[in-house]
Design a protein around this ligand. Structure first.
Ligand code: MF3
Ligand code: CO
Ligand code: CO
Length: 343
């Protein structure tokens, strides 16, 4: 038996590795502790509601600090994001190698946070776990102070489309929550997200999540050198149309690398203005947000949280991609999952 929680972050880890606790087992211990608390008691205290209840803002905890030894992007101090003028969008082999490491680490953080999702767990607790896990992997949580964003991941619950701020709201059985993870590691950002169910969810929500994932892969599947970015939105719309869901237009995928958000913009709907052409060595995200009802959104007073205008649910899935000579490689796949498209 061990009680990792008694150790302070800078003390040597209990496992005897000789590494500081925060760089070693702290994130995993937090997760274990949380899982110890979940289960029947929390489930009973957070029963599923008869219908959908609107998500309300909770209390946002104090800003978490990042170990100063971890290389941080320039906005970490200021909240001001530098422009990307003149960035070369074709990455060198060295840049690509660093993108691979960042994207792999982002996947690892997401897998850790996903395990903590359960009724009764607050999105702030998910933030605490993600925050430690980024640092254990040697990375900075890219969202932290990005244009002033206060937390280390985005947690978007039910009708929240994107950019939900982790807060004191406990997840409730039947909720759906998007976990959007971005790490800055080796000088590169790696970005991915998934929407998952909390406990047992209704069939309509499961279908929304599944169709959104399929739509993302439909968009990724058309990527190859010489292809226009526009084809991604066309493929997503074609996949979603039979279900009569809304495809969000206000938020788009994006180029990514040394900067969190770069050219090109990647609309998930058919946008004739998306004339950018894909070339080997480019890295960008595909991250469709799909709504049960209208594609239109409203924003909370916090300046971040985007919700569906009709308060029906919204799901999102995101990968970071590399255009290769032969097609597309997904950089944020889970370990060991085969690439679905030639590359
Ligand atoms: N990760 C989000 C994306 O996919 C961006 C979050 S930016 C934040 O592009 F400021 F809201 F954190
Ligand atoms: Co993201
Ligand atoms: Co993104």
């Amino acid at each position: 038996m061990r009680t990792g929680s008694k150790i302070t972050p800078n003390e040597p880890c209990w496992c005897g590795s000789g590494t500081k606790y925060k760089k070693c087992h702290q994130a995993r211990d937090l997760l274990k502790e949380l899982q110890g608390q979940t289960g029947e008691a929390l489930r009973a205290a957070n029963p599923p509601s008869a219908g959908y209840v609107a998500v309300r803002p909770g209390v946002v905890s104090d800003r978490r600090t990042v170990d100063p030894s971890i290389p941080a992007p320039s906005y970490a101090k200021t909240g001001q994001v530098a422009g990307d003028r003149g960035a070369n969008l074709i990455k060198t082999p060295d840049q690509i190698a660093r993108m691979r490491r960042a994207c792999r680490a982002a996947r690892e953080v997401l897998e850790t946070v996903k395990k903590a999702v359960a009724p009764g767990v607050t999105t702030d607790q998910l933030d605490a776990i993600a925050h430690e896990e980024y640092q254990r992997l040697g990375g900075y949580p890219s969202t932290l102070n990005y244009h002033g964003f206060p937390k280390s991941l985005c947690t978007s619950v039910n009708e929240v489309i994107c950019h939900g701020i982790p807060d004191s709201r406990p997840l409730v059985e039947g909720d759906i929550v998007n976990l959007d993870i971005t790490i800055y590691l080796d000088g590169m950002h790696g970005d991915l997200s998934e929407t998952v169910g909390v406990g047992v969810i209704d069939d309509a929500s499961q279908k929304l999540i599944d169709v959104t994932r399929e739509a993302m892969y439909a968009g990724i599947g058309v990527c190859r050198p010489g292809q226009r970015i526009r084809a991604i939105g066309q493929a997503i719309e074609a996949h979603v149309a039979p279900h009569r869901y809304g495809v969000v237009r206000a938020f788009v995928g994006h180029g990514i690398g040394e900067m969190f958000h770069l050219d090109p913009q990647v609309p998930h709907y058919d946008d004739p203005q998306a004339t950018f052409v894909m070339r080997p060595g480019q890295t960008f995200t595909v991250e469709p947000m799909i709504n049960q009802g209208t594609w239109q959104h409203e924003s909370w007073k916090d300046g971040w949280t985007a919700v569906t205008a009709d308060r029906k649910r919204s799901a999102q899935h995101e990968h970071t991609l590399l255009i290769t000579e032969r097609g597309v490689e997904i950089l944020t796949l889970p370990d060991g999952m085969p690439q679905p498209f030639t590359h």
